[in-house]
Unconditional design. Structure first.
Length: 323
């Protein structure tokens, strides 16, 4: 794939998405788009570690929550500017990822053992956050409403959408660059056969540590933005299983180990859930039931996810076009 095609497709997709708030000015729709982009950002982080590196995590909430709480606490308790707080939250998330990765990978944990240890870390963090005064305990932490660009608070939801879209785009460019780099090749080698990669001279521990650190930073940034958008966080939001589930469902449904998979999956999941709620009303769990059905259908009929399905349909359409 040429450089222009590799990065141009991301740029075109971004431009098309950026036009949505102009064409559809409903706050409900824009709010749904913002939430979907937050999930897409977290899903990109999960996809880098699991889709490219083969290290499946059930506890990405640990990184999301670290970013969310760090952003909220730095602003409310220490008076740090929102922009600096978000950068610090991203860095803290990366450190948390590096520590968890080092403890896990240094101990030789793989597969289901690694997945379960990440889930355990997320649950421990949730319990600690729920009982610690600095986080606000069970009541959570509320950021004071002060609408100003200097405070990263805007009256228009469209501005939030354009900002999170820019973040998702930047991460997609980063993942595309990794995909085309030697580090990306090492990641795939570790995913396919870690022992064989090590035998060929790949430092598998270093590769996995770099992957989980980058993955955690992306997910922590999603958590920090979530807090900045909703101005509130508690332990069930920050470290809840909901974000771990949606972060892994997005790439699996959209296309595991692809740049566009997390974005496609996040948009499909979120708007399917919103459509179900609009049609069926606020029936508890209706969105989760549909997520499960969609996941089964994808695994049964489209193992490559929505991106693979769209690619095959495009190829069939081009093949049937008259010469």
């Amino acid at each position: 794939m040429s450089v222009a095609r590799a990065y141009g497709s991301i740029a075109i997709t971004t431009l098309l998405l950026a036009l949505l708030p102009v064409m559809v000015q409903s706050n409900t729709v824009i709010n749904a788009l913002v939430t979907a982009m937050i999930i897409a950002l977290a899903a990109q982080g999960w996809n880098l570690l699991a889709g490219y590196g083969g290290q499946f995590s059930f506890g990405h909430a640990a990184f999301f929550g670290a970013g969310a709480y760090c952003n909220a606490i730095l602003q409310t308790r220490y008076g740090i500017n929102a922009y600096a707080a978000m950068l610090a939250a991203t860095a803290i998330g990366a450190v948390v990822g590096a520590v968890i990765g080092y403890l896990s990978f240094r101990s030789g944990l793989r597969g289901s053992y690694f997945a379960l240890i990440t889930l355990a870390f997320a649950e421990v963090f949730r319990i600690i956050a729920n009982a610690t005064p600095v986080t606000g305990g069970a009541a959570g932490t509320l950021i004071k409403l002060q609408v100003s660009a200097a405070n990263f608070q805007f009256a228009s939801r469209a501005i939030y959408f354009w900002i999170i879209l820019a973040m998702v785009t930047a991460v997609m460019f980063l993942v595309r660059g990794i995909e085309r780099s030697r580090f990306g090749a090492y990641l795939v080698a570790v995913r396919e056969n870690e022992d064989a990669a090590a035998a060929l001279g790949v430092d598998t521990l270093d590769v996995k540590l770099r992957a989980i650190t980058l993955s955690a930073a992306m997910t922590a940034l999603a958590g920090a933005f979530y807090v900045q958008y909703f101005l509130f966080v508690d332990s069930s939001i920050a470290f809840g299983t909901w974000i771990s589930v949606e972060a892994l469902l997005g790439p699996i449904i959209g296309g595991l180990g692809t740049v566009f998979g997390p974005l496609l999956g996040a948009l499909a999941l979120h708007f399917l859930g919103e459509l179900a709620k609009a049609v069926a009303g606020r029936v508890p769990g209706i969105d989760l039931a549909l997520f499960g059905i969609l996941l089964v259908l994808i695994i049964a009929f489209a193992r490559d996810g929505l991106q693979g399905l769209l690619t095959r349909l495009s190829q069939l359409w081009r093949a049937r076009r008259p010469a």
